[in-house]
Design a protein around this ligand. Structure first.
Ligand SMILES: *[C@@H]1O[C@H](CO)[C@@H](O)[C@H](O)[C@H]1NC(C)=O
Ligand SMILES: *[C@@H]1O[C@H](CO)[C@@H](O)[C@H](O)[C@H]1NC(C)=O
Ligand SMILES: *[C@@H]1O[C@H](CO)[C@@H](O)[C@H](O)[C@H]1NC(C)=O
Length: 406
């Protein structure tokens, strides 16, 4: 045989051997792969129409009654009628002004989802593999664990918990108010995160260990990119999840999808973009609704039946920024990525913060605690800012993180 051909055959053989070894490492076992396929089948319901947004996301328009929420064991016989939607009058607001920008229309030109369907972001196998690395959620902290501050409006240092750091305001400790909702208008930023870092702004409503959240976040582990995206999250007992990755949240709006990315972001000192969000427990059925935008568009709801502690009301609300970094990794920037200077043109903020009381009336907040978990990395200011002839209440928060501290 020609030695040159022999050499070539050997080379090719060698290449195949190496290739297979490398592949063996990266390939999922068959069993794992089957498991992922099974999960995908549960998450991605048959699409009646597929919509690509102008930002490149793929959404499936699925039959309302086929959505993942109804896979919840307690929601098998759940019934929904449009009459169950809380009306604008029911959401008794009093403090909201209307300078909020209108909701982004994210759909491409061919229109959104047809009537009777809701948009659900398509989940890929890559998403599922990446999301295995999602950190445990922010733990519930009970009031008696706040040992080291004893006067209101005093910043205090909370030991970090679970890799999370916050710069927030919250309702008073051991408050006896029965909260039935909370809202804010939050400015949209795109803090730079790397690896498994997360940077978010949110409302957090809780009672005991049941928690609801809504806000925006930059979270490559969850989303696979570093865009600023709308998110919701719930924790009930051992169950916790984002958006509609597990059953619970019933989507009713066919024009406002969850997970959507925001195209228009605040440029510090130049132009501010913001979004209003409200979580509201309706009086008739006790469902917790997510409302978005200045018209309080109904996005969907967490049905009352899935809750135990939050079935009637909440006992604590938080507004502000939250970041995460894995152990040994520096803390990422939060909000505008700068410490607040007291000017809403420059600072990340939550403004027009309000809660709903037992009667469902929206109430301004005056008596409040504020704190940051790491005052060297993040700060929070709580103050009134004069705009025109009106004073608006602002939670100005944010910071560069701590690149030096590991
Ligand atoms: C984003 O900003 C541009 C330029 O100001 C504007 O034309 C556009 O309508 C905005 N988009 C949304 C969704 O508000
Ligand atoms: C987002 O990711 C892209 C590509 O990895 C990078 O070029 C960009 O700087 C990132 N942006 C932010 C705000 O982190
Ligand atoms: C905030 O900054 C803007 C732009 O520089 C300025 O016009 C405005 O007066 C500042 N507001 C306050 C309250 O300092």
């Amino acid at each position: 045989m020609n030695p040159r051909i022999v050499r070539q055959i050997l080379l090719v053989l060698c290449f195949f051997l190496i290739y297979n070894v490398v592949q063996g490492v990266e390939e999922l076992s068959k069993l794992e792969d089957m498991e992922l396929e099974k999960q995908l089948k549960i998450l991605n319901k048959p699409a009646i129409k597929i919509v690509k947004t102008k930002y490149g996301d793929t959404y499936d328009c699925i039959n309302f009654y086929k959505q993942h929420a109804f896979d919840h064991p307690l929601l098998k016989d759940h019934n929904f009628h449009p009459q169950m939607e809380p009306t604008f009058a029911e959401i008794k607001q009093n403090s909201y002004d209307s300078t909020t920008n209108r909701l982004p229309t994210i759909w491409s030109k061919d229109g959104g989802c047809p009537s009777g369907t809701v948009p659900v972001k398509r989940i890929t196998k890559e998403d599922l593999i990446r999301q295995r690395d999602l950190p445990s959620p922010e733990p519930a902290i009970f009031d008696n664990e706040y040992s080291n501050y004893n006067s209101e409006q005093k910043a205090s240092y909370m030991p970090s918990y679970g890799g999370y750091k916050r710069a927030i305001v919250r309702t008073p400790k051991e408050s006896t108010t029965k909260y039935t909702g909370a809202g804010m208008t939050t400015s949209l930023f795109n803090p730079h995160v790397e690896g498994k870092q997360i940077s978010a702004s949110r409302i957090r409503i809780e009672k005991g260990s049941e928690i609801l959240q809504a806000g925006w976040r930059v979270d490559p582990t969850l989303y696979g990119d570093n865009k600023t995206r709308l998110f919701i999250h719930y924790q009930i007992g051992e169950t916790q999840c984002f958006n509609t990755l597990c059953p619970g949240f019933v989507q009713v709006n066919r024009d406002i999808p969850l997970d959507s990315s925001y195209g228009n972001l605040t440029q510090r000192g130049v132009h501010t973009w913001e979004i209003l969000m409200y979580i509201y427990r309706d009086q008739a059925y006790g469902h917790w609704w997510l409302l978005l935008g200045q018209k309080y568009d109904l996005v969907g709801y967490w049905p009352n039946i899935i809750f135990t502690e939050l079935a009637q009301f909440a006992t604590k609300i938080e507004w502000g920024g939250s970041v995460y970094s894995p152990p040994g990794v520096p803390e990422p920037p939060m909000g505008s990525s700068y410490f607040p200077i007291g000017n809403s043109s420059f600072d990340g903020y939550c403004r027009s913060i309000a809660y709903s009381n037992e009667e469902g009336d929206s109430v301004d907040i005056h008596n409040i605690f504020w704190y940051t978990d790491n005052i060297f990395a993040y700060k929070v200011i709580f103050k009134y800012l004069l705009e025109g002839s009106n004073n608006f209440l602002y939670v100005l928060y944010g910071g560069p993180g701590n690149k030096a501290q590991v």
